[in-house]
Each structure stands twice: as C-alpha cells, then as structure tokens.
Write a protein that binds this ligand. Structure first.
Ligand SMILES: Nc1nc2c(c(=O)[nH]1)N[C@H]1C(S)=C(S)[C@@H](COP(=O)(O)O)O[C@H]1N2
Ligand SMILES: [Mo]
Length: 198
C-alpha cells in the first residue's frame, strides 16, 4: 500500500545517503554494493498499518538502523531524523525511534527478497510505529536538530504514530508531540486535503 507508483530500481545509480547535522559536518554515501556489505541482522516484529491491518510475526532482514547511525553518527544536538525515499516520500522520526532495537533497513521479509511493491531494494521498518513511518524505496536520512513533518505528517497524520496509543491523526497530538507551530504554517493548507492512503 502506497501513494504513487513504485520507482524503477537502477543499482548503478542507487545510493544511500546520511546528511544534515552529522557528527563531522559532512555526509556519508553508500553505493548499492557498499550498502549490501554492511553487517546484517534479523528482526522479528509485527507490522501495523493505520487504516487496514496488522501483520503478525514478520522476520525482516537488513541493516539495523543503529548500525547505520554508528557508521555515520549524528551531531550532539540531533533530536529527530527525516527519512527520505524515492519520489519525494518522507517521514520524520525521533532519533530514539530510529535507534530502537527493532528498527531495520530491510531488503527481505521471511527469507525472501522484497518485491518492488513492498519496497525493493530497501525499506525502513519501524515495528513499534504505524506503517507510514516506514518508507519503502528508502534512500537516506537527514539528521535534524528541530523536528520537521514528513509527507503524511503534513497531511493530517500523527507526528509520532504509536499504534499502542492509537496515535493516528494530528488532531490527537499532545503538546510536545509535534514540531513547534512556527514550522507548521506551510502544512496548514495541506492538511485540509487529508487522503485516506495510510
Ligand atoms: N515510499 C513510500 N513508503 C511507504 C508508503 C508510501 O506511500 N510511500 N506507505 C506506507 C504505509 S501507509 C504503509 S501501511 C506501508 C505499506 O507497506 P506494504 O505495501 O509493504 O504493505 O508502507 C509505508 N511506506
Ligand atoms: Mo499504512
């Protein structure tokens, strides 16, 4: 389930980048071959979509987000990340959500490579948050020192997205759940068009 059409994967041009407020002020880029050489792990976790379903007990295989963050660390002031995917899809996460033990950049589920529809060659899985917090066709992340809403978070979905607390929509946000109001002015009109995709 996704917004728009899946992108075409070209291994020669695909890369994964970490930028923004990095520890050394630079950015890190992995080619597809480099990325495939990073250490891998399996994560067993459920999957929650906000509107549709819960899938129990998937085994995701990939690079733990904590491994990636250790390889390209953030600056001390970083509190959030914006995760980028092909075709402009983004989602924002607290750094603590990215570093949670189950958060994984996965290329396979239950022992089989992901299909293009499900995110091949790489998707982020954040098992403790709703599905829209896990971009398919993920290409990189940007370290943030101030939170910034992603694609669905700008369109009326909850900034945190914890399924156990049923944090579905932005009107359910408590103070402190989202970025300060000053940075949401551009999203006020967009939220009127809330679409039922997630
Ligand atoms: N790039 C991208 N990733 C995305 C989405 C999207 O629209 N674009 N939708 C999200 C939502 S709302 C869900 S529930 C899951 C669906 O994953 P699936 O199609 O593998 O079931 O992908 C998430 N990742
Ligand atoms: Mo979803």
């Amino acid at each position: 389930m996704h917004y728009g059409r899946p992108p075409t994967f070209r291994p020669e041009t695909w890369d994964f980048q970490v930028l923004g407020a990095t520890h050394d002020g630079g950015s890190t880029r992995w080619s597809y071959d480099d990325f495939r050489r990073l250490p891998r792990a399996d994560v067993v976790a459920d999957f929650h979509c906000v509107t549709k379903f819960t899938m129990l007990d998937n085994t995701w295989t990939g690079v733990l987000a904590s491994t990636l963050v250790a390889a390209a660390p953030p600056d001390a002031g970083v509190t959030h990340v914006l995760v980028w995917a092909d075709r402009g899809y983004t989602t924002n996460l607290r750094l603590t959500d990215l570093l949670a033990p189950g958060t994984v950049f996965a290329h396979a589920r239950d022992g089989a490579d992901l299909s293009v529809d499900h995110g091949w060659p790489l998707r982020l899985v954040v098992p403790h948050l709703y599905g829209w917090k896990g971009p398919k066709w993920v290409r990189g992340l940007e370290y943030l020192t101030t939170d910034r809403r992603g694609f669905w978070e700008e369109r009326g979905y909850h900034n945190v997205g914890d399924p156990w607390r049923e944090q579905r929509y932005s009107y359910q946000e408590d103070p402190g759940d989202g970025p300060p109001p000053a940075s949401t002015s551009a999203s006020a009109s967009a939220s009127a068009s809330a679409v039922n995709v997630p």
